[in-house]
Design a protein around this ligand. Sequence first.
Ligand code: SF4
Length: 396
Amino acid sequence: MRTIEATTELKRVMGAYFQGIKKPVAWCTSVGPAELLRAFGFEVYFPENHGALLGATRTAGDYIPAAVKEGYSGDICSYLTSDIGAHLSGETPLKKHYGLKEVPRPDLIVYNTNQCREVQDWFSFFAKEYDVPVFGITPPRHVDEVTPAHVADVVAQFKELVPVCEKISGTRFDIDRFRETLRLSREATDLWKEALATAINSPAPMLFFDATIHMGPIVVLRGTQEAKDYYALLLKEPEGMVAKGEGAIPREACRIYWDGMPIWGKLRSLSDLFAKNQAAVVASTYCNSWVFDAFDERDPFASSALAYTEIFINRSEKAKTAILGRMVKDYKIDGVIFHDAKTCHNNSNARFGMPQRLKKEAGVETLILEGDLCDLRFYSEGQSHTKIEAFIEQLT
Ligand code: SF4
């Protein structure tokens, strides 16, 4: 896997984030209202990021059995089972990688079911474990288009969270602080979007596998100056490569879109496989999930409610097909790989006829790849490599 020069700074930024987490701490889902929480001075910690770390370090499989023993099925979200299992085992990769003694203890836990209902059980488990309040935002789900009524519903829920945050943080709500946090978040997400969009060029300078590594700050630090500065730095690299006509893969035999979750424990071997076959995975649903076009500090409640409700995972099949069709066109995609993650039906889009619809509507070839985000028992490397190579051959 190619190393982007900004990786050194990425490691510093992520290290400083984890080592700098101090009270009060709010846990939040990855597409939850992090900006609102930061506006009260909370440090925000994201259990899904911890799940991804357990997957990427291939330690998830060591801990999932502990959660299964506690009654959580091995077929549900392997972020949830590995994270709960790691907690029950008293382990975390944050010890080895960032020198932490344990995951940051929460003062408040906030989830948003805009992505799935699994987070409700997951976060409620930890609220009990740590004996802290849990606040759930439950927006309308699987929407075609987000309407003003949907936004009003979510705004009302965000506003209910305000007195809870005031009480726990001991800080009065300040709309200007919220506006400022949202402005920083908007600026970081715009830079992230620009970095991803450099892959519209052929050859693409930055690929899906690079993006899964460099998305860390947009997940855990959005709403901060650090995230904005990091993406300003990162963007220079792919932009410079585009100006020189350089790509991550010098000659692209085909261009691929990755739909669904990454297979965290297999990023390197998959990246090498695609590179060996001169196939560029240029865009993905996953990495684009942290692009929030709607953020507008002039109307922070409504615009963040809209941004967090219109995310891809929360849309109808019809809306998702249209979004994927646009990506296929914009990124000149030859083939779409649908990762059918065994333990995340919420972010696996091949189960209701999407590949067939997309082929018909966007004229693109598709492949369904069985696997999982963290639980590698559901992934067969040999079979998957054979399928991918056959698919690339079909496209070229
Ligand atoms: S969207 Fe999928 S991977 Fe993410 S928390 Fe929900 S079930 Fe887990």
